[in-house]
Design a protein around this ligand. Sequence first.
Ligand code: PRX
Length: 655
Amino acid sequence: MPPSDSPSNQIQNVMREERLFPPPAELSANSAIGSMEAYQELYAKSTADPVAFWSDLAKEELHWFEPFQEGLVWEEPVAKWFVGGKTNVSYNCLDRNIEKGLGDKTAIIWEGEPGDAKTLTFKELHTEVCRFSNVLKKLGVEEGDVVSIYMPMTPELAIAMLACARVGAVHSVVFGGFSSEALAERNRDANAKVQLTADGGWRRGKVLPLKETVDEALEKSPSVEHCIVLKRCENEITMKEGRDHWWHDLLEEVDADCPATPLDSETPLFILYTSGSTGKPKGIKHTTAGYNLYAKKTFEWVFDHQQDDIYWCTADCGWITGHSYVVYGPLSAGATTLLYEGAPNHPEPDRFWDLVEKYKVTLFYTAPTAVRAFIKWGDEWVEKHDLSSLRVLGSVGEGINPEAWMWYYEKIGGGKCPIVDTWWQTETGGIMMSPLPGATPLKPGSCTKPLPGIIPAIVDETGEPVEPGFGGMLVITHPWPGMLRGLWGDMERYQETYWAKIPHNYLAGDNARQDEDGYYWIMGRIDDVINVSGHRLSTIEVESALVSHDKVAEAAAIGRPDDLTGQAISVFVTLKDAEPSEELKKALKLHVRHEIGALAVPADIHFAVALPKTRSGKIMRRLLRDIASGKEEVGDTSTLEDYTVLAKLREKDES
Ligand code: PRX
């Protein structure tokens, strides 16, 4: 039980997790960082002088048209890494690997949802990227111009990103599930000049009419001059004379000779919009050299990448995970990266496992929301497949509840694959905290330790470190190469959001605690803390207790106003294959009492058919808070994946 006299501004730790999984000996033996001692040595070296550490790596790991003069110029909150150097991300992903002899190695394995497939070697990818770079140039795209990308997960999406990088254009990828309104808003904010899209994309056997959405968006995106359309689904679309061009027609008019433009280290590489808790989306800005180095090294460290690996990250390129760990990280490391277009349950709930078996995937990276869906769909879908090729599993996007972690470890990894629970953000550019597969003993639910060169701290409102074992705000105390360089067109909001609250520290917006072994546990967003009678509890701990009950598939815990206790815990629960009942509610309350203690027992339990999630799969607790506190109108729902979920939740409440 947590002590009752805990400091009032610190969050209590109520989770007990004592399982420990050491790395498999064989994996450690073959791994670049093969023991905790090796990690600690590297970490100590990296933090003694982070700028020297990153500068040495940058010299070795990237190609330089012109060398940089200075590692870091830091004028808080503006960072410039590898100042004065000239490089090119597309060159580092393609030309450099070909020079190293990897030209005939498979760079991209792609499978479309209907089952069509394609592979591209580094040489072939290089040719495609050069040709598309020439298309962009032909349409007048110049260094610094913004290209908006709204496409299905096809090789052409990666080709387009790399082509922008090659000519110094800035891409803004918008996930294909966003509405025309959302796309238009992002296009206007970024002042996009060219739009890339496809006629459609496949999703659960249906055609997503992407071009139709783009047509609506372009009505409200005055800066867009050209729209290039990939033929994917052959669905009927309208082409606007003068503005719209077929991808394949333009390709015919260009050749495959396009040397990469030498670009200043701080040339913007991309903008990626992410929802703020309120108001308009934030255009996170990443630049060239620092981001490239960070994506490459973190990919190699975290996945223990070996040259014969087949790596699959299931994220869409519309998210930062798709940028850093589908495209830029793996390709600059010379890895083979798999792209899959469609849904995990099409035509059946075993599509992912079918792909793992078929392509002998060795490194697999997905999100907790997917893991929870697989658990719900049943083990039989997994058991049909031979998953023995897998070596390392990864998790990203949310905390993974320890019971979901155990299922992932045993059912998917066969008890032999380390799970790298990676904590990071769109803003951080790459993974910040994660186990290293050959080194770190794992604790289910913990992202374990910071990566080399990353110095986190956990502080209270005044910026003072919290007492060991208690939760507080997670900050990063020193700049790192992958960090965002600002918010597109709004440096003031950048300063305010990330640098104002705790002076001289990057505020991540998450709460975390460190345990007695120095392991980090992410406790959820700062705004999501629940305060019951002065006890500050984190959402994930209550949720993990519920998910450890064998009838519960997913859970979301929130605080709703309560006259007596300040806030009361209200939980929303989806069930595996059980029926909702008053008895089950009682059983769940007892279960939480047993797992955590009386202070965490939910005041009310709502059974739900589904939970409201963002399009990237995160539970939107903010909307649940509005519902639980009886608000008629809920806040901004533009990032909500499925609008019908809210109505269903309300119906349930009224019954
Ligand atoms: O709250 C943390 C959660 O996701 C946030 C970042 O979201 P986004 O910018 O969409 O990036 C997603 C891909 C990195 C974080 O502030 N989060 C992400 N990974 C974890 C996590 N929470 C707990 N554990 C994680 N491994």
